[in-house]
Design a protein around this ligand. Sequence first.
Ligand SMILES: C[S@@+](CC[C@H](N)C(=O)[O-])C[C@H]1O[C@@H](n2cnc3c(N)ncnc32)[C@H](O)[C@@H]1O
Length: 198
Amino acid sequence: MSWIQRRRSEAYYKRAKEEGFRSRAVYKLKQMDEKFFIIKSGMRILDLGASPGGWSQYSSIVNEEGLTVALDMIPMRNIDNVYFIKGDIFEKDIWSKVLKLSPDGFDLVLSDILMHTSGDRSRDQANSYFIAKRVLEICEHVLDNDGKALVKSLQGDLTDELRAEFKKHFRRVFLTKPPSSLPRSSEVYILGEHYSDR
Ligand SMILES: C[S@@+](CC[C@H](N)C(=O)[O-])C[C@H]1O[C@@H](n2cnc3c(N)ncnc32)[C@H](O)[C@@H]1O
């Protein structure tokens, strides 16, 4: 990591600490929300790969009047107004666990999940593609018509294929990289709007 990137990463880390957020990842969601107006109060939000909880903290603030359900395979400290489920997105029927908390489904599915990177670019990209496809499968079970999804992925050869998969389900699809995501990281976020389960 170059010193400029390290300084930028440290600055977001410091800011998160000062502002009481658990991770600097919170600024990625905040910046994407400010650009695309993703979260509105009163929504039912499912935050996948939520721990340590920056995105859930942000959701619980912006979505004060709604519901935020967070899921992660590792524990997460309690956040007011957020329901946490410990689970793995690859568990069979994981959607039935989350639907217990919101039986009529969700308006927004967030996923900031990334497996441990191996350093092997094509393997890491394939893993992230596999995760994003699983998130899409979860959307098919839990996302309401017209809902949205924001999903992290690693940019590479499979990005066009992933975008095409999203286009099968969402009327509008955007690929975005928030300013607080380090330039050297190949992470990007796919935003799907106006979900349809046709
Ligand atoms: C980059 S962190 C998320 C940071 C979070 N958005 C925040 O703002 O604090 C990625 C998370 O994904 C979780 N994760 C990885 N694989 C998962 C899986 N198969 N099922 C559920 N969570 C998973 C990890 O445990 C980790 O907490």
